[in-house]
Ligand binder design. Structure first.
Ligand SMILES: [Zn+2]
Length: 146
């Protein structure tokens, strides 16, 4: 008696996704994700290995001691006569279901070019950000002499 073994090849995830196909990461967006707010969809990004990068819109805080830009140098985003200050731009970000991070970027301008720069970006765990907020509040109190 002869036994024939027919083994099907293992089923694996596809390596090509159509632009119109559902995202391979079907998990829901956190409530703070800009995609959840707008109803748009996440794009499949090669660098994320099939997971979604959820992000909130950045909040902007003026960074007065860094370079800003006038509309005449910047091009399309500003209207004539407008000036944009440099800004610290924190936002929430997470990949898939990982714990969210608080990402802090400094948007500033260097002359003579009109392009803004972000430079190094801080990626903070929530506990790190809580401690930073406490230290900043302490330093603000010290600076105000209270
Ligand atoms: Zn999302």
């Amino acid at each position: 008696m002869t036994t024939t073994h027919t083994t099907a090849s293992p089923e694996v995830r596809p390596t090509v996704y159509s632009a119109t196909a559902p995202h391979p990461d079907a998990g829901p967006c956190p409530s703070w994700c800009w995609v959840a707010r707008t109803g748009e969809t996440h794009e499949v990004e090669v660098r994320l290995g099939g997971e979604v990068e959820h992000a909130s819109d950045p909040l902007r805080v003026r960074a007065s001691l860094h370079g800003g830009v006038r509309a005449s140098l910047h091009g399309g985003r500003l209207s004539d006569g407008e000036t944009e200050f440099a800004s610290v731009e924190p936002h929430l970000e997470t990949i898939g279901t990982a714990a969210p991070a608080i990402v802090v970027a400094l948007r500033h301008y260097t002359y003579p070019g009109p392009e803004h720069h972000y430079g190094d970006v801080l990626r903070l765990a929530v506990t790190d950000a809580e401690e930073l907020a406490q230290v900043l509040a302490y330093l603000v109190q010290q600076a105000k002499g209270s």
